[in-house]
Every structure is written in structure tokens, then in C-alpha cells.
Design a protein around this ligand. Structure first.
Ligand code: HEC
Length: 128
């Protein structure tokens, strides 16, 4: 009797862990988590100050808001990802005036690479 109770308990506990470990909630599939850790770090350090609710430039906020990017309709999202690829490739962001005053804001080659390959792969997967 004792044995069958512990077998039942084992089955229940085992089932619980089986359900817990099923891959339902993978990072990147939830809305809002389209940024990998590396991408988020670059954005936070070099872009977010202007392109977020706390930003002071209306133009910057109209052009791009990182927090609302994940919720954009597909066409607008692809267009914005293309804009990001372009401005990063042409060293247009952060703006030249800002780099002049704060040289440490300039994107490093490795950071450009991180942002661009992320934006390219996001855009590609949306266009499939
Ligand atoms: C100091 C403020 C500031 C920072 C930092 C900044 N931006 Fe901007 N950004 C702006 C402003 C202002 C505009 C709108 C005017 C313009 O296009 O030049 C803009 C526009 C843009 C646009 C739209 C441009 C277009 O031609 O459609 C993109 C895309 C963009 N920024 C991406 C970025 C990225 C990526 C970073 C980080 C690497 C970044 N920005 C950092 C101020 C900033």
C-alpha cells in the first residue's frame, strides 16, 4: 500500500516536471522580447536615450521607438528595420553632433555588426 502511494506520487511529480519543461515559453517568442541580450545592450547604451519615452527630441521619437517596435504591423516593422540597417551602415546614428560632443557614443564596428545582422535576420524572417 505504501509502495503504490509513492509510485503514484512519483508519477504525479514526474508529470509536473514533464509539463514544466515543455518548450512553450521560449525567449524570443513572447511579444516584446525580440531583442537578444547583445542587441539590447547596444540599443541601451547608444540609441535608447533618444528613441524612447524619455527622449527629448520629438523627431527622434517619431522616427523610432524601440519599445513599440515589436508591436508594429509587419510592413512598418520591416521598413523600420531597413531604416536601422541604412542609418547604421552610413554612420548616421547616433547623430554627428552628438558624436562630436560625446565621442564615446559612436558605434564600434562590433556594435554596428550586432545591430545590422540582428535587423537583417529579423527582416528576413518576417519576409519569409
Ligand atoms: C542624441 C539622440 C539620438 C541618438 C543617441 C540616436 N538617435 Fe536615431 N534619431 C535621432 C533623431 C533626432 C532622428 C530624426 C532626425 C533624423 O532622421 O536625423 C533620428 C532618426 C533615426 C532613424 C530614422 C532615420 C531615417 O532616415 O528614417 C533611425 C532608424 C534611427 N534614428 C536609429 C538610431 C539608432 C540605431 C541609434 C543607436 C545606434 C540611434 N538612432 C541613436 C536622434 C538620436
Amino acid at each position: 500500500m505504501k509502495n503504490s502511494i509513492s509510485i503514484i506520487a512519483l508519477v504525479i511529480i514526474g508529470g509536473y516536471f514533464f509539463i514544466q519543461s515543455s518548450p512553450r515559453d521560449q525567449a524570443g517568442q513572447k511579444p516584446g522580447s525580440i531583442y537578444t541580450a547583445g542587441v539590447k545592450k547596444v540599443i541601451d547604451e547608444k540609441c535608447y536615450g533618444c528613441h524612447s519615452a524619455a527622449g527629448k527630441s520629438r523627431d527622434a521619437k517619431n522616427a523610432l521607438m524601440w519599445d513599440s517596435l515589436p508591436g508594429l504591423p509587419k510592413g512598418k516593422l520591416v521598413a523600420t528595420l531597413d531604416d536601422i540597417i541604412k542609418v547604421v551602415g552610413k554612420n548616421k546614428m547616433p547623430p554627428a553632433g552628438v558624436i562630436k560632443e560625446y565621442p564615446e557614443m559612436r558605434l564600434l564596428p562590433s556594435e554596428k555588426q550586432i545591430l545590422q545582422s540582428w535587423a537583417e535576420s529579423r527582416a528576413d524572417s518576417l519576409l519569409k
